[in-house]
Design a protein around this ligand. Sequence first.
Ligand code: GAP
Length: 500
Amino acid sequence: MADPTDKMENIINLCKRRGFVFPSSDIYGGFNGFFDYGPLGVELKNNIKQAWWQDFVHRRDDIVGLDSSIIHHPTTWKASGHIDNFTDPLVDCKESKMRYRADQLFFAPVRVGGETIGYVSVLEDETMQAKADELANELKRKLAKQGALEPLTLKDYTEAKPEEHALIPSPATGKPGSLTPPRSFNMMFQTYVGAMQDASATAYLRPETAQGIFINFKNVVDTGRVKLPFGIAQVGKAFRNEINPRNFIFRSREFEQMEIEYFIAPSADWQTAHQGWIEGCLAWFESIGIPRAKLSLYPHPTEKLAHYSKGTTDIMFEFPFGVQELQGVAARGDFDLTQHSDVSGTKLDWFDEAAKARFIPHVIEPSVGVDRVFLALLTTAYHEDEVEGEKRVVLRLPARVAPFKAAVFPLLKNKPALVERAEALYRRLKKRHNVFYDESGNIGRRYRRQDEIGTPFGITIDFDTIEKDAGVTVRNRDTLEQVRMTEDEVVRFLDDQVNG
Ligand code: GAP
């Protein structure tokens, strides 16, 4: 299964077939950029969020949690800069009515023997250079031009000169003349609050959870449990009217974020704190089953930093569709607290007892999308192999995040003694973990069904269990090894595997 497109297709099919992720509003033909998580998907997603919360909030002394409202006072977004700056450059094709993000639409002049004979355009992906070369060759053939084609230098559409807009072909029609100049498009979803539907009632669905943290800074400090440096963590939905949602749940219009605002003194060395968070996040990804070899770092060039950032490094993951951002770790300085202090008139600062001085703390922000972690885990875990001469799809998800931690099987369903014992063990395990009970079909098929959804252990009650009191067999999904254990040992074993 070498082709990455096939791998994505297989994962998307598995997600739908087994109840991980459905297209939203499926019965109405879906709704672009929105997804619904099914019975298994919601378990995996909750396990990711729970692992993150345990590791970054419960197991630390310096981070507390928050759950703010999704809709804030609209002035929040003026102060944060989102109303003015949270935009993507948009380009329309007037003929096909297609819309593109200008920074994802690439073009190049086609030059033969020093003469420009036209332009080509392609949408950003791993193969865009090869596609552009092919289009350039086609153009040269069509115009019957002699001479060597000069190498193409692709640039994104935001870099096109005004006189080039009319010459660049639309990717939809292949013809020039229909693309508009790029214009700024604000990605925040608007709504109205209350009975009026006018500008005075406009509010926004949050495009990040971070601002909910900043506007609660004083509330959290005043409850008195925190000492600088400290962090506030929040997990919740965010909404962005993405021009071009794509790659399944990678870029959607409604998604979930896990964000921490970690406040430090202005005199602290922010570069060291920033680096510490990058390393901490890499280690966390590894701990939940995302291999270090698939992760890399992309420090943003200074000229491309977001309006609030002093420095941002993205943690990139090797998805089947290319190396893409999994997490951003930004040093936001004192931008947000200063803005909200100035605009609201409420001082969002910190009193340093030792120095008897007030200051606005600076902040480091690790921010990651739950849906992207979900996809990174699935693409890492997805394998096809062969067991006993039969093709098998297996999700090698670590026990901590797997939807079911184990499945319990009586060897045969028509033997009441086996069924009774299996049901009793199932009930006992279910008090501690999410486990599954299955008595239908031959045991091989039951294993296979669990392998496909990532259940790490299959526990079988057979005749030796009931006749010789020989314990149960525990089959390991990945090694296929089967070990006998007493039922008490199974309980402890599963606790250890899930809780680490
Ligand atoms: N508070 C900072 C912030 O929101 P961001 O880089 O825009 O920064 C942080 O978003 C993370 O949220 C990204 O690294 C990604 O994991 C996730 N994310 C952003 N946009 C997304 C989208 N449209 N769909 C899914 N996840 C998204």
